[in-house]
Ligand binder design. Sequence first.
Ligand code: GLN
Length: 540
Amino acid sequence: MKKYVFITGGVVSGLGKGIAAASLGLILKTRGLKVINQKFDPYLNIDPGTLNPFEHGEVFVTDDGAETDLDLGHYERFTDENLSQSSNTTAGRVYLSVLNTEREGGFHGHTVQVIPNITDEIKRRMLLSSTETDADVIITEIGGTVGDIESLPFIEAIREIKYEVGIENCCYIHLTLMPYIKKAHEMKTKPTQHSVKDLQGLGIQPNVIMLRTEREADEITREKLALFCNVPSEAIIQNLNAKSIYEVPLMMEKEKLGTAVCAALGIPEKQTNLKEWAAMVDRMYHPQHKLKIALVGKYIQLQDAYLSVVESLNHAGIYHNTEINIDWVDAESLTSVEKTYEMLNEADGIIVPGGFGDRGIEGMIFACQFARENKVPYFGICLGMQICVIEYARHVLKLSDANSTEFNKETSNPVISLMDDQEGVPLGGTLRLGKYQCKLTNGSLAQKAYGEELIWERHRHRWEFNNKYRDLFDKSDLNIVGINPERDLVEIVELDASTGHPWMCGGQFHPEFKSRPMRPHPLFREFIGASLKNKQKKDI
Ligand code: GLN
């Protein structure tokens, strides 16, 4: 029998529902259950693909090329399950399919309404993961906060769904805020009580209340909340602030979240095994080295825009027993060679992650030039790989106006250009997206990192290395070491070891989506390894 967990949020947004859902996924998985996480977002965009990173943070890409909410990154990193398009649904996608059916005459003359047509479509999509996967437990997070107008159809759908799959197979978790009022030295339960009342008013009685709080919730507070919210006191789970998100599952396990959820779902009690996870967290909390990595980008005011990159750096740091300190460098502040030297001189390694549009590009090129000339490890991701190609073309191959046609359509040396099938297509969902194969050159830095010859990585970009320049680069020290065999596309470039540079590598894909805390991505692992060596050399 499939079991369903629904997670809603109350009082305020930004309480870490995604981390809570991912932590529960991990806890249940280590109890021997097959778990799949999914998220339903109440906004009207079809997906977050066209949203500004400043507004919505990173767009996480799945194997099948879905552009999804960044919480899916947490789910994948915590549960180590690869998700898909059906794992993230927005209200926009729901409405689009209902309205398309209406245009096709699919409603046979009936009035189309939020209830039952929109709610039916939400339920159908919520149950998709149960049919598409062999999961025992499907954890569904509802974006937004209870009480929002736009989340109402979703709340109604999760109320109705229990009559389809059986009340005994559903567990509702409500995550709320319990503020501490300093003056009164008191934890305040009223916001939670009100939020639970809102939820009850919509027909949902939560089974578990999760409290985001800065201070330990005492017994009296727990008893009081249990009484007012109609749940057993074992189902009041505190969710304290953690030093790292990876500690949250351990804290939740201490609070017996797994036991409370399994009790609500009638799943026999089993031991959770978080030993390896706890060892990883312990390792992370006791680093032996420190590194300063400069991240040069254009969205640095909102660090969530680079969430998976940051997490991947941390995973590689855990592997190398190293604390990673990120120096967030606004690409636009790098305005000259001198200024770049001043700003990047302390960095042990430099990373240029993905991005769109021409703002900050020249600064990224300065950063790349600095890394190449001063033999500082450099890792270019997607845009960062294109930057590496442009920089090398300009300063070593002497094609002084080399550029990508994304930034300068008139350049006489379009080393990065659009493929014909990408010319003039509409914006949403039309990038080169998802999983593509890549064949590596034997003996290259990249091949040694992966330890394999044929790999696959996730993509999200429109522009490509221009194959007209292949011969020129083949004769140079910027080696093309990764090729997509189906379309003969350049996927990885790296600087030849004979230049004396320790590690300079760029990939046209997004390795950050595949890194896991206990299995860092090979390229991040090698980049951090090279940065450590670079630092040790400087220290001598
Ligand atoms: N803007 C570049 C392109 O579309 C790079 C995209 C990215 O870094 N994700 O090709």
